[in-house]
Write a protein of this length. Structure first.
Length: 106
């Protein structure tokens, strides 16, 4: 499956547009991640636990989008957009949403 943020693929022709597809992932931040992130905030640096959680959520959302496109018969997803949000009480959950257009390339 070819994935791109552009609206077309240079040198390829889009023969079929299947339409908008999405994938979402919501993950909760647990107390241990919050404690270590608080320490990182104080002393500086990156929060590896939150970065890993965001990467995992992104991978889940993109894979859901790929699965949806494949189910339609698409061989590419164009115009991909990723959005990140915090949700829930005290913003204790993170959401990643992936969207794009499923297409068939010749």
């Amino acid at each position: 499956m070819l994935l791109t943020t552009t609206n077309n693929v240079e040198g390829r022709t889009i023969s079929t547009y299947y339409g908008l597809i999405t994938g979402e992932a919501i993950i909760g931040a647990n107390i241990f991640k919050d404690i270590f992130a608080s320490i990182t905030d104080i002393v500086g640096g990156r929060s590896g636990s939150y970065e890993k959680s965001l990467k995992d959520a992104k991978n889940i959302a993109v894979q859901e989008m790929i699965d949806a496109a494949a189910a339609l018969g698409a061989n590419a997803i164009i115009a991909i957009d990723l959005d990140y949000e915090t949700l829930g009480k005290d913003s204790g959950m993170m959401m990643v949403s992936a969207s794009g257009t499923a297409v068939k390339l010749d």
